[in-house]
Structure formats: C-alpha cells, structure tokens
Design a protein around this ligand. Structure first.
Ligand code: SAM
Length: 274
C-alpha cells in the first residue's frame, strides 16, 4: 500500500466534493476515514497522490468511479431487527392505519431509503408475513447509494452478527443456516425490490412515489442540516398524504422540517404527512 499524506487543503476539497454529490458531511475529526478508505482507491487506479485522485473524480466521465467513491465513504452498519420498538409500532399500529386509509384495491407501498445490505427491508417483509398480509397487495422497495451494499443485499447471505437480534422463530422459519452463515429464504428475498437511489438527488428520489411508509433510519446523522432538509423534503414528496416516516431513534427532525405531524405511539415517534 502507498504511504501518502492527505494534505488538509486536499481533504477539504475531497470533503466538499463528497458533500456536494451525496450530502454526506465529513467533519475534520473524521479525516482519517477519508485517508484510510481512499488510499485503496488511489492504489487501485494506479495514482500517486490524493491530489491525483481528486483530479480524477472531478473530471472523469466514468460513473463507476463515483460509485466506488460512495462505496468507500459510506458506513453500512446495520442488522436484522434493529430498533425493534419502532418495528413493532410499524407492524402493530401503522400497517392497520395505512390499510384503513386505502381505498379500492390499491397496494400498500413501503420504502426503506438507505437500506444498506438489506437487513432492514427483509426484517419488515418477514414481520408482514407474520401478520399474514397478502403480498399481492404489498410492495417493498429498498434503496441505497452504495452499489456494493446493494449487491450484498440482493445476495441475502448473512453472518451470525447480522442476525444476532433476530428471534429464534424467525431464524428457523426464514433462513437456512450452515455454521456462521445464514441464507435468507427466496420467499422473503423476492418480496423486496432494490434500487440505487442517492437521496440528495431529487430526480432519483422521484423514481419512487406514492409511498405509504418510508423508513429512513440511521442515515440523516451523516448529513448536515441543509442536506437533511433537502433529503427530508424529497421523502415528503414521495409519501402519500397521510403517509408515515420513521427516522432512527437517535435522529430528530428538529430544525429540519415542520411539515410532518409527529405522533408518539408506545414511546416511539412516528412522523405523518398531513
Ligand atoms: C448506517 S446505514 C443504515 C442502514 C439501515 N437504514 C439501518 O438503520 O440499519 C446508512 C446507509 O446510508 C447510506 N447512505 C449514505 N448517504 C446516502 C445517500 N445520499 N443516499 C442514499 N443512501 C445513503 C449508506 O450507504 C449506508 O448504507
């Protein structure tokens, strides 16, 4: 591996580039993250310095390089049944509210925006299966900016760390297991449609409209206030009137928007589009 130094001025230009393209804001304290993660890209592209890399991503017409940059700078930590209280509120309260609001035979549409390697949308799908929802009337979409994360999501093969929070009954029913490897059953895998969507990109977000419930959990923390406002307004536009938004339990819409009506159900905050 090359032993090259990331100058402060180059770091700031790289950081601004990443922010402009993705909304992800990398503070000074996380300079090491850029240094460590992009060194591999510099090596792979046969470049000599971070300055060369900056020049490359600024001028290349190769969309793949930008995708690799997103793969390198995103943090994809996730697991099955993360923040389970929210998931219970969704399954036990929100789904029935959405069904009540539906007229005719319209499908219920759910979107996990920033799904990482798929644990979140698959958890939702399994929970709805347990509720015996008719999957002919359920559409589950899941998206992320990281192509690498989406690739893993589509494979749906996990390690024991990913499933550590999953109830035993789910593991038995919906996975086949060999040693530390847990392979999700195709019957669940096929219920989720994956897409590459950069949440800061309004045109991309518009690909998914008419949603009844959006999960956008544990991603707003990587954005600054301005980027949060942009992303949340895109999500607002993608929701049906009366639709619901879940954000991570450590996240807040304070100073971001007042367009949603917050409701507290079993100590969980749910945001409703009014
Ligand atoms: C920490 S994971 C959260 C995964 C899941 N929502 C959860 O709560 O377990 C954050 C995800 O956000 C994605 N992400 C970051 N910036 C994004 C953007 N601008 N558009 C879409 N996804 C983004 C990352 O690639 C990463 O997979």
């Amino acid at each position: 591996m090359l032993n090259i130094v990331l100058q402060d001025s180059t770091f700031k230009q790289l950081r601004d580039f990443i922010y402009e393209k993705s909304g992800i804001f990398i503070p000074d304290t996380k300079k090491y993250l850029i240094e460590n993660r992009l060194a591999g890209r510099i090596h792979a592209a046969n470049l000599k310095s971070f300055e060369d890399y900056l020049h490359l991503i600024r001028h290349t017409k190769d969309r793949e390089e930008l995708k690799r940059l997103f793969d390198a700078v995103t943090i994809n930590e996730t697991f099955f049944f993360r923040e389970p209280k929210q998931l219970d509120v969704f399954a036990d309260h929100i789904v029935s509210k959405v069904l009540e609001q539906k007229t005719g035979t319209k499908n219920i549409k759910i979107w996990c925006a920033a799904c990482s390697t798929g644990e979140e949308p698959y958890t939702i799908s399994m929970m709805l299966m347990e509720k015996r929802l008719d999957f002919k009337q359920v559409e589950i979409y899941a998206s992320d900016i990281s192509e690498e994360a989406l690739g893993s999501a589509k494979k749906a093969v996990y390690n024991s760390y990913s499933v550590r929070n999953a109830p035993e009954s789910y593991l038995t029913k919906y996975f086949s297991n060999s040693g530390q490897v847990y392979t999700l059953s195709p019957s669940v895998r096929h219920t989720v449609k994956f897409k590459n969507i950069n949440l800061i990109d309004e045109k991309k977000v518009r690909l998914l409209k008419g949603m009844d419930v959006i999960f956008c959990r544990n991603v707003l923390i990587y954005f600054d206030e301005k980027a949060k406002q942009k992303v949340v307004s895109h999500l607002y536009d993608s929701l049906n009137p009366g639709g619901f938004l879940f954000i991570g339990t450590s996240e807040s819409l304070h100073n971001v928007t007042r367009a949603f009506r917050p409701a507290i159900i079993n100590k969980v905050i749910v945001y409703q589009k009014v």
